[in-house]
Design a binder for this molecule. Sequence first.
Ligand code: ZN
Length: 83
Amino acid sequence: MKKGTWMVIDGSVRKMKPGITLAFMQDKYPDKRIDKCHKPPSINQMEEWMGECGCESLDGCWVEPDGTCEHGQPSWMLALGFI
Ligand SMILES: [Zn+2]
């Protein structure tokens, strides 16, 4: 699978072109909150998480479906607007 870098920019998930780094983006948009995140989950994956009454956050922590992890990253369901 092709390796890409995913980032959350002011709450919306974007896939970055190869070579774009977090530092570059933060330098370019100093007034936005930008974090690296994992590849967004599939719908099936999220349904599975729903069944487990939890959800991964953007950085891979296990949180409540509508929760935020200790690093300040929201769950994927929150970030993607599912709840
Ligand atoms: Zn975390």
